[in-house]
Write a protein that binds this ligand. Structure first.
Ligand code: SAM
Length: 377
């Protein structure tokens, strides 16, 4: 394998030389630097003692946690032998210690931080390390569902589970049957598909967590670059689980773009989408701490800070209006987003941009008022 060295945050990482990222024997995607930046910042705010990067590939994510956050112990795991060997190389390169074999498929590195590299199926490792990790990161190819059960047993009862899902085609309704199979949920097509996909993903974690009497608080969840990411704080106790289940529900939308939702375990209307999470997509205090840290952080990708600013300012209500889609559906001209927001605010409503789309707004104004604002431009 030929390597090139890349730098990201404080890490220097050897990655396989390849024409296209999916041809490489060990996976590295530079576009995910923003995902890793936000994760490093989140871990910086949460200050967990033990962290698992369960699907580690080159090791970059876990190595960045070790180098850039106050974490004490980081586990890096991958099922691929090539990935494991590269993880060993990259840990040595960044920690400057040789490491010691502590098992047939496990090495321990004791420098300023303790780093453990492990070669195994993530589900086996997570089953072994029961209620051990304060922060557990699942960053798979595609859907995280096949790892959710063991992850929810391996993370501590008040720990944080971070999940990425890159199966946007599934969660956004291009492959409806796959969404039913993987998430037991009905996805939507059209302008609400990304927010709905994110809420289906969170709703799935809520349902998996509930059977262990665990509730879920969303610290931060977003959609970006064709993936979903959610940082979920677990809450211990049957009542917390019940409380999270109560925040599940269903979305409906008509041909004019009017939407509504119902908080209910079973749908009352026909032709709805879900079940999905209808609770908040952020904890404002947490996001503002992450943003503050990002402001003091020179290493982050140039797009990380503006993205976090948009999320911090975003009104946290379920679903949004895509002004282009709304104009198209109702034979109207598309107006400037800033002006639509101004009109709605002038009428006393809250309205903001949203990270889900540069053409969309989040508002507490009723559908007719949003249409009226579009008409008046
Ligand atoms: N987290 C990495 C990053 O930020 O660059 C990228 C991880 S990559 C998307 C997914 C990795 O999961 C691959 O390296 C693959 O070998 C590994 N993998 C797939 N199935 C696995 C399993 N059952 N257990 C452990 N690792 C697995």
């Amino acid at each position: 394998m030929e390597f090139v060295e890349v730098r990201e945050g404080l890490a220097r990482i050897l990655v396989p030389k390849a024409e296209r990222i999916y041809d490489a024997p060990v996976f590295y995607n530079p576009v995910m630097a923003l995902n890793r930046d936000i994760s490093v910042l989140a871990v910086g705010v949460l200050k967990p003692r033990t962290v698992l990067d369960a699907l580690s590939a080159t090791g970059i994510r876990g190595i960045r946690y070790a180098l850039e956050t106050p974490v004490e112990e980081v586990w890096l795991n991958d099922i691929s032998e090539e990935a494991f060997n590269l993880i060993l190389k990259n840990v040595r390169l960044n920690l400057g210690v040789d490491g010691e074999r502590i098992g047939e498929r496990r090495f321990s590195f004791e420098g300023e931080k303790k780093v453990i590299a492990n070669l195994d199926d993530a589900n086996r490792l997570m089953a072994e390390k029961f209620r051990y990790f304060d922060f557990l990161d699942l960053d798979p190819f595609g859907s995280p569902v096949e790892f959710l059960d063991t992850a929810l047993r391996s993370v501590r009862r008040r720990g944080v589970l971070a999940v990425t899902a890159t199966d946007t085609g599934v969660l956004c309704g291009a492959y409806r049957h796959a969404c039913r199979r993987k998430y037991l949920a009905e996805p939507i097509r059209g302008e609400l598909c990304h927010e709905t996909g994110l809420r289906i993903l969170i709703g799935t974690v809520v349902r998996y967590a509930a059977k262990y009497d665990l509730g879920v608080e969303v610290l931060l969840a977003y959609y970006r670059d064709h993936y979903f990411r959610a940082f979920l704080r677990l809450k211990s106790g049957a009542r917390k689980a019940d409380g999270s289940i109560e925040r599940l529900g269903y979305l409906w939308q008509d041909e004019n773009g009017r939407f509504g939702y119902e908080n209910s375990f079973l749908p009352k209307r026909p032709a709805v989408y879900g079940p999905l999470w209808l609770g908040p997509l952020k904890n404002q205090e947490f996001v503002d701490e992450v943003l503050k840290l990002a402001n003091e952080y020179p290493l982050a990708h140039k797009k990380t800070l503006p993205f976090l600013e948009t999320i911090s300012e975003e009104l946290d209500v379920p679903f949004h209006y895509d002004t282009h889609a709304l104009a198209r559906r109702n034979n109207l001209q598309v107006g400037k987003l800033a002006e639509i927001i101004e009109i709605l605010r002038g009428k006393g409503y809250s309205a903001t941009r949203t990270h889900f789309s540069p053409m969309a707004i989040k508002t507490d104004a009723p559908f007719e008022e949003v249409l009226e604002a579009l008409r008046s431009l």
